[in-house]
Ligand binder design. Structure first.
Ligand SMILES: [Zn+2]
Ligand SMILES: [Zn+2]
Length: 783
C-alpha cells in the first residue's frame, strides 16, 4: 500500500473537480480524501502503485469540461493515516480562494434534458449544471456560494436539493441549480404593456412564442445571461431595417445566432478551428467568411453592409435553444442599448430605454449582476484572434511568463476605448470583460462599478496602479484620484509599449529577456513627445523601450473630427506629400479631388498652420482612413470605429493579393526624421492617384496598398535588424485586426527567419492594453 498526496493547480474549484476526483478514485479502488485549499485541490489516496498511476492518468483524461489542470505535483504522504473509504472533506483552511469562472454555454447533457419531455427540466430556460450555466454574470461577492449570487432569492426545491447534495450527480454543488418548481421564470410582454392573449399564437409557452414573433418580423428584446439583446429575423430585410432605424445604428454589422452549425454552413465556410470555437463552452461570436452563393433564404443585406464576413454564434443558454428550436434561419442578436451606452441588464431599465425599439420583451426574474457582452473572435491562418474578450473568457486568469511570480498586487486601468482593466497577482493576470468606450458616461459608471466588484471578488489590494500616458483618458484621471487618496504609486505607461508588452506576456516571453522589435500599428496613442503615435517600431523589453522608426506624422485636422470623417485624413496626407496646387493641376479631374475642393480648405489650412486642434499623428489607422476615403469608402463619414479600414479590407481583390508580382505594389520611402527612421507615403500617394486616373478598380488599389504597406514594414524591419540583434518581432495594435495586413506582414517576416509573435487570447486592440500596462508596472516596480 502506498499513500500519496497529490496537489492540483489550475482552474479546479467550482467546476465539478472534486466530484470527478471522487468518482475516479472510487473507480480505481482507492481510499482517501479530496478537498479545496488556498492553492487548488489536494488529494490523498492510498492504494497500489498501479491503481494510483491509473487514477492520475484518468484524472488528466476525464478532467471536467470547465476545469483546467495547470500542474499536478505528487509526493509520498508521510503522515499517519488509515482511510477506509474515499470522501470529499471540508476545506483545510478558511482562505479558500474560489476562482470565479466565466459563464459557460449549455452543456450537451443539459441540452438533452430541456428537449426531453420526460425530464423535469423539459423546456426549462434556466437549466444548468456544474459543467454549464451562469457564473460571472450572477456573482455579487465571494465565496462563490448561492447566497452570494442573484440565485439567492430562489430557494431550492426538494428535487434540486437532492441533486445539489448528491456527489454522484452532475449538479453536485452547482450553485445556480434551478428548475420549473423553484427557479427563475421567463415572461413575455408587449412593449405597449397591453396583455398578451394565448390565442394570439400557436405556442407551447412564452419562450416558444418568441419564435413565432420573430418569424412574423417583430423585434423582440430578450434577456439572456449577461445582458439584454434585441432580436429579429435576419433574413427579413424589412425587420432588419426597422431595427437599424429604431436603434439608430446604421452600418455596424449585427451578430447572428442560429440553431445549429448546419444552418451556418448555408451561408459561410467553417474551418475545423472555427467549428471548435463555435461549439466551445465560451460560445463566442465567430467572424466567418461568407460564401459566394447564398442559400434560398439569403441574409438581409442590412445585416452586415460592406462586409465579406458574418458574425455567427450558437445558442448558449437553454432560453436561446428553446427560442430557436423551430427556427430554420438565423436571427439577429445584437446588444440592447442606446447608441454607445452599455447593454441594458435591468428589466425596468430595458422597458424604459428599449420600449421604442422592441415590439416585445422576453424578460426573466433572475438579476444580471455583472454585464457581460458576447465575445468576438476570428481565425486568421490557423490562429485564433480575440477581438472582444468578454462572456465565456473573462475573468479566467492568464498565466504570466517566468519572472512575474513574486510581485505585489498591481492594478492596470486600461485605455479609453474598448476598455478592460487588469489585476495582477501571484503570477496571474485577471483581465476584466470588455467594458466599452469610457467617454460614454454610463459606460464609465459601469467601469467603476465593475472595478470595485473585481477588487472585492479577487481580494485585490493594489500597491501600484498602471495608467496610460494620455492625460485626458478618464481611466487615467480616476487612477490619479485613487492613487492620491490611498497613497498608491502610479506608473504612467506609453500606449504602444503597453501593446507590445501585452503581446510579449501572452506569448510567454520571460521577464528578463532580450528586447524584442515591436511593430505597433493602431488608431491613436499618446506618445513620449506629446504627439499622437500609431505607427511605431519600438525596441522593447518589459521595462524600457526605444523608438527606432515611425510613420511620417501628419496633422489630424479638427482633432476628433478626423476620426469620424475620413476625408480629412486624405486631405492631410495629400497636402503633406504634395503642394495642393500640384495636386489640382495634375489630378484636378479626379472625383476625390473635386470632393475635397468643395470643402472649406482655406479654413482647414489655417487651422493646420496655426496648429489649432490638429495634433500631429503617425497613426496607421488614420492612413487607412485616408486611403479608404480616396477610393470612395466611407469618404464623408464613419459611423463606427475602424469602419473605413474594415470595409476596405472586405473590398480587396483576392486575385491581385495572391499575385506574386511585388513590383506592382505601392511603395513608400524610408528616410530619417528627428533622428529616427521615418516611413513616408509620398510615392504611395503618387501611384494611387495615377491609378485612379487610369481608372484602376478600387479593389485592386486596396490590394496594392495592403501589400505595399506590408512590404514596406518588412523593409523597415530588415534595416533595423542590420543594426540590432532581433529574434522576436511583435505585431500588435488595432490595425492588425485587418487579417490581410497581418498575414502579408507575417508571411514576409517569417521568410526572414524571424520569430513572429501575435495576439491570440487577448485582443490586439485597446482591449488588451491593460495586460501590457500591468506587466510593465510590475517589471518597473523593483527597478
Ligand atoms: Zn449542464
Ligand atoms: Zn428545483
Amino acid at each position: 500500500m502506498t499513500v500519496e498526496e497529490i496537489r492540483v493547480r489550475g482552474t479546479v474549484q467550482g467546476v465539478g473537480f472534486r466530484p470527478t476526483v471522487y468518482r475516479l478514485a472510487k473507480a480505481c479502488g482507492l481510499h482517501g480524501d479530496v478537498c479545496n485549499d488556498g492553492e487548488g485541490v489536494v488529494i490523498r489516496v492510498s492504494g497500489t502503485d498501479a491503481s494510483i498511476e491509473e487514477f492520475i492518468r484518468k484524472l488528466q483524461q476525464e478532467c471536467p469540461p470547465l476545469a483546467r489542470i495547470n500542474e499536478i505535483k505528487r509526493k509520498r504522504y508521510e503522515g499517519e493515516v488509515s482511510f477506509d473509504d474515499f470522501v470529499i472533506s471540508h476545506s483545510f483552511s478558511s482562505v479558500v480562494k474560489t476562482e470565479i469562472s466565466p459563464d459557460a454555454a449549455t452543456c450537451v447533457q443539459c441540452k438533452k434534458e430541456i428537449f426531453n419531455p420526460y425530464s423535469r427540466f423539459y423546456r426549462y430556460p434556466f437549466t444548468n449544471c456544474t459543467h454549464c450555466g451562469p457564473r460571472l454574470s450572477i456573482i455579487r461577492a465571494i465565496p462563490y456560494d448561492r447566497c452570494n449570487t442573484s440565485m439567492a432569492s430562489f430557494n431550492l426545491c426538494s428535487e434540486c436539493t437532492r441533486e445539489y447534495d448528491d456527489v454522484e450527480n452532475r449538479r453536485f454543488h452547482a450553485q445556480p441549480v434551478a428548475c420549473h418548481v423553484c427557479g427563475p421564470k421567463a415572461t413575455l410582454e408587449r412593449s405597449d404593456r397591453k396583455p398578451i392573449t394565448a390565442s394570439m399564437f400557436s405556442m407551447l409557452d412564452d419562450v416558444d412564442a418568441v419564435c413565432t414573433l420573430l418569424q412574423r418580423g417583430e423585434i423582440v428584446a430578450i434577456k439572456g445571461i449577461g445582458g439584454i439583446h434585441l432580436a429579429c429575423d435576419a433574413t427579413n430585410e424589412t425587420a432588419v431595417q426597422k431595427l437599424r432605424q429604431r436603434k439608430q445604428r446604421y452600418h455596424k454589422p449585427f451578430a447572428l445566432m442560429v440553431r445549429d452549425i448546419e444552418i451556418i454552413e448555408k451561408y459561410c465556410t467553417i474551418s475545423d478551428k472555427e467549428r471548435e470555437l463555435l461549439e466551445s463552452s465560451a460560445a463566442p461570436i465567430v467572424l466567418l467568411k461568407q460564401k459566394a452563393l447564398s442559400s434560398p433564404l439569403p441574409i438581409a443585406p442590412s445585416v452586415a453592409p460592406g462586409q465579406n464576413t458574418l458574425g455567427f454564434m450558437l445558442p448558449y443558454t437553454p432560453l436561446h435553444h428553446l427560442i430557436l428550436k423551430r427556427m430554420n434561419r438565423p436571427i439577429v442578436l445584437t446588444s440592447g442599448n442606446l447608441s454607445d451606452e452599455p447593454q441594458c441588464i435591468d428589466n425596468e431599465e430595458a422597458r424604459k430605454k428599449l420600449g421604442s425599439i422592441a415590439d416585445y420583451f422576453l424578460l426573466h426574474n433572475r438579476e444580471i449582476v455583472n454585464r457581460v457582452d458576447d465575445s468576438v473572435v476570428r481565425v486568421i491562418g490557423d490562429k485564433v484572434q480575440m477581438i472582444r474578450r468578454a462572456r465565456g473568457y473573462a475573468p479566467a486568469p492568464i498565466n504570466l511568463p517566468p519572472g512575474f511570480n513574486n510581485f505585489p498586487h498591481i492594478l492596470a486601468m486600461g485605455g479609453e476605448l474598448k476598455n478592460t482593466f487588469c489585476l495582477l497577482r501571484n503570477g496571474q493576470a485577471i483581465l476584466s470583460q470588455h467594458l466599452g468606450d469610457l467617454e460614454n458616461a454610463a459606460a464609465f459608471a459601469a467601469y467603476q462599478d465593475t472595478l470595485n466588484l473585481y477588487l472585492n471578488l479577487f481580494e485585490h489590494k493594489p500597491e501600484a496602479i498602471a495608467i496610460d500616458k494620455h492625460p485626458e483618458y478618464l481611466s487615467t484621471k480616476l487612477a490619479k484620484e485613487l492613487a492620491v487618496a490611498n497613497l498608491i504609486q502610479l506608473y504612467s505607461i506609453q500606449h504602444h509599449h503597453a501593446h507590445i508588452a501585452a503581446c510579449m506576456a501572452e506569448n510567454g516571453i520571460p521577464l528578463d529577456s532580450q528586447p524584442v522589435l515591436g511593430i505597433a500599428l493602431d488608431g491613436l496613442g499618446y506618445g513620449e513627445d506629446n504627439t499622437l503615435w500609431g505607427g511605431e517600431f519600438l525596441l522593447a523589453d518589459y521595462r524600457h523601450f526605444q523608438r527606432l522608426a515611425k510613420f511620417k506624422p501628419v496633422p489630424m485636422i479638427g482633432g476628433e473630427k478626423a476620426i469620424k470623417q475620413p476625408w480629412r485624413n486624405t486631405y492631410a496626407q495629400l497636402t503633406s506629400a504634395f503642394s495642393w496646387e500640384d495636386v489640382k493641376n495634375q489630378y484636378g479631374e479626379l472625383e476625390i479631388i473635386k470632393f475635397l475642393e468643395n470643402k472649406p480648405l482655406n479654413i482647414l489650412n489655417q487651422v493646420v498652420s496655426k496648429s489649432i486642434n490638429s495634433p500631429l499623428t503617425s497613426s496607421v489607422g488614420r492612413l487607412f482612413d485616408a486611403v479608404a476615403a480616396a477610393i470612395g469608402i466611407c469618404r464623408e463619414e464613419c459611423s463606427y470605429e475602424g469602419q473605413a479600414a474594415i470595409e476596405m479590407e472586405a473590398l480587396v481583390d483576392t486575385n491581385f493579393l495572391n499575385n506574386h508580382e511585388e513590383t506592382l505594389n505601392y511603395s513608400f520611402n524610408i528616410g530619417i526624421l528627428d533622428n529616427i527612421y521615418c516611413i513616408d507615403s509620398h510615392p504611395m500617394w503618387q501611384a494611387l492617384l495615377n491609378d485612379l486616373q487610369q481608372q484602376i478598380s478600387p479593389s485592386v488599389i486596396a490590394a496594392k496598398f495592403h501589400k505595399g504597406l506590408a512590404q514596406t514594414i518588412v523593409e523597415m524591419v530588415n534595416i533595423i535588424c542590420k543594426q540590432n540583434v532581433i529574434k522576436n518581432v511583435i505585431l500588435t495594435g488595432g490595425v492588425y485586426q485587418n487579417s490581410i495586413l497581418l498575414e502579408q506582414v507575417r508571411k514576409r517576416l517569417q521568410k526572414l527567419d524571424l520569430n513572429v509573435l501575435t495576439h491570440s487570447i487577448i485582443p490586439c486592440n485597446d482591449g488588451g492594453l491593460a495586460l501590457g500596462q500591468a506587466v510593465i508596472a510590475a517589471a518597473q516596480y523593483y527597478l
